[in-house]
Each structure stands twice: as structure tokens, then as C-alpha cells.
Design a protein around this ligand. Structure first.
Ligand code: FMN
Length: 159
């Protein structure tokens, strides 16, 4: 079995939950990118995950990936992206916000959907969501795509 690390950044816990689900199914380790002293060295495989905020991937994940791009690009990589917009242009987001070697190295890049956990948001986030949701009444409601999460989980840890 390959040693796998799932690295995530999460504001309201959605990406953290998805990381936990992937870890439970696959036996991988999981860490918040904001944890101190993360070492990638013991891992052959890394999953990078986080949500889209105002069309950009969550900042702490972007910064971690930029900082460790060279080491990460030597690993087997997978990327999951969370978002409440079920029509998110997944590849456009990842291409724009991750260094090109990371984008090219990733074996799987998946959109796992998302949730709007209003109770976990701060005042300004709530305000933005209130404004945006008025213009999106005709759009598909956000939900986590369980089948996509499951499909990624079964791919982890395999050589
Ligand atoms: C201020 C704000 C901006 C957001 N912008 C986007 C966006 O541009 N596209 C999108 O698909 N979802 C957007 N979302 C929804 C989040 O991506 C979604 O709630 C996600 O599940 C949060 O995951 P997290 O708890 O792991 O951070 C936004 C949410 C907030 C609060």
C-alpha cells in the first residue's frame, strides 16, 4: 500500500469533512494545511482539497501548494475542489490557482460539490451569500457529490 496524505483547507468544515471521509475509506492520513510542521517526505501520494471562494481556491491551500510545488510535483497527486456553484469550471479554477506542474501531475481532479453552512460563516460571508443567492434562484442547489467522493476514495493507496 502507498502512504497517502490528504491535505485540506476549510472555512466552514465542508472540505474537512470530505477529507475525513476519504481518509476513513482509504486509511490515509489527513492534515489541515495550516497545521505546523507538515512533512511530505513520508508520503508517496498526496490529495489536495479545498473550496472555491469568490472564484478562487481557498488562500491557505493555494499558498501551501505554491510553497511546496517542487516536492509535491514528485508525488502521485489528486485534487478535490469544493464549491456551492454546481456549474463550477473545475479545470479553469485549478489551472489558474495551482502551479502548472501540479495541474499536470494530478491524476484525478474532481469537483465534489459543497454546502452553504450559514451558521459557520462570519457576518460578511453571510451578507455575500445573501446577495449572491438572490441572483441564483434558478440554479441547482448545492450538495456534496457522494459518488464522486466514493470514486476518489477507492483510487487512493493503490500503486
Ligand atoms: C464568501 C463566500 C464566497 C463563495 N464563493 C464561491 C464561489 O465563487 N464558487 C463556489 O462554487 N462556491 C463559493 N462559495 C461556497 C463555498 O465554496 C462552499 O460553501 C464550500 O462548501 C465551503 O467549503 P469549506 O467549508 O471547506 O471552506 C462561497 C462561499 C462563501 C461564504
Amino acid at each position: 500500500m502507498m502512504k497517502t496524505l490528504i491535505l485540506y483547507a476549510s472555512k466552514t468544515g465542508v472540505s474537512a469533512d470530505i477529507a475525513k471521509r476519504l481518509a476513513e475509506k482509504s486509511g490515509a492520513d489527513t492534515k489541515d494545511v495550516r497545521d505546523a510542521g507538515i512533512t511530505l517526505e513520508p508520503y508517496e501520494e498526496v490529495v489536495l482539497g479545498g473550496a472555491v471562494y469568490a472564484t478562487r481556491l481557498i488562500g491557505p491551500l493555494r499558498r501551501f501548494v505554491k510553497k511546496h510545488a517542487e516536492e509535491l510535483s514528485q508525488k502521485k497527486l489528486h485534487i478535490f475542489v469544493c464549491g456551492a456553484d454546481m456549474e463550477t469550471d473545475l479545470h479553469a479554477v485549478v489551472k489558474k490557482d495551482f502551479p502548472n506542474p501540479i495541474y499536470k501531475q494530478a491524476e484525478n481532479i474532481v469537483f465534489v460539490g459543497g454546502e452553504l453552512r450559514i451558521e459557520k460563516m462570519g457576518f460578511f460571508s453571510r451578507l455575500i451569500i445573501k446577495m449572491v443567492s438572490k441572483s441564483q434562484e434558478d440554479k441547482e442547489s448545492p450538495r456534496i457529490l457522494d459518488d464522486v467522493v466514493e470514486a476518489l476514495a477507492v483510487k487512493l493507496g493503490k500503486t
